[in-house]
Design a protein around this ligand. Sequence first.
Ligand code: ZN
Ligand code: ZN
Length: 397
Amino acid sequence: MLLQNKIQKLADQYKSDTIDIRRHLHAHPELSFEENETVAFVTEKLRSFGISNLTSKANTGLVALIEGKNPAKKTVALRADMDALPINEANEVSYKSTNPGVMHACGHDVHTSSLLGTARILNEIKADFEGTIKLLFQPGEEKVPGGAAMMIADKALLDPKPSAILGQHVMPLIPVGKVGFRKGMYMASADELYIKVKGKGGHGAMPETLVDPVLISAHILVALQQVVSRKADPKTPSVLSFGKVMADGATNVIPNEVNIEGTFRTLNEDWRKEAHQHMIKIAKGIAEGMGGEVDFEVRKGYPFLKNEPELTERSIQAAKTYLGEENVVDLDIWMAAEDFSYYTQEMDGCFYRLGTRNESKGIVSGVHTPTFDIDEDALGLSTGLMAWLALEELKHT
Ligand SMILES: [Zn+2]
Ligand SMILES: [Zn+2]
């Protein structure tokens, strides 16, 4: 039997088990860096599939190895994230979260169950391929500093060192049965900005005796937009948004200070650092010119995510072979952030999207909402597809 057919057959055979695993994980979500029961469950499942080369990483993370023939030939890594979000689930389903206020609303239950299914398939056919598959089950994707950074710091990418890494994420905008890819820059870096504008408050009727931090803040907010409109390379997407401005005075009270919070996102690491410096300089210059002061803190989040073009092209071709040309779609740039980007800074990576939408079943909610769910038919193809992509990549020299 052709290897592709063998994989497809196993994916079909294991589909209902994979769905059961997903439902168990969905019903028992754990927050970032608290994935204790989740990782214990993943460990137990891997052992039950006969995969016993397991190493604990980053407290609640896990690395597993599946060795084919000639294991030293090449290593390909596959990644799943395991954490849930602080959201109260609103779906009335049999597998509803049993942990109030915590929900798998970003599909990490799907990524974890799918990677378990992929592992099961690959372990079954390990006599059919050469090289090693490294499985990364990581904690804390949803929370800075990001489980990926912790896995890397804990040497998850060494011994053996993979030459490429693949990851998938659910996508409720793409119909079930399809997957999406994008070559090159795909997702943004995301930094939090905290600006404290300090003046001298007092009676609103006597501004000439005060330093008004509200007016300074207004100038700063407007001026900072020129970083995006005048300083950024128009070919590199950048976005600067402020969603919180707190001037806690009154109609006749000018406050002592104003606190502003926002986000800066882009897709180039050099420009990202440069933009931080521009913003700080502009804010400080305006505040000083108007007699006030500013504390400008940049809390750095994840770097931007780049899909290595050649690896991604090979994955696209392999996906077309596995799913049919019509089921592989192009993705647009997505200005959200994802800690998979840390892996793509270390090695070639490809992060693709698994379609989970089904309008006929009313499955349309976005990720990070209390009504998010998936069409579980996606688990019939996601396991086999990732196994197929990994083996095609292992064959590439
Ligand atoms: Zn998320
Ligand atoms: Zn996610």
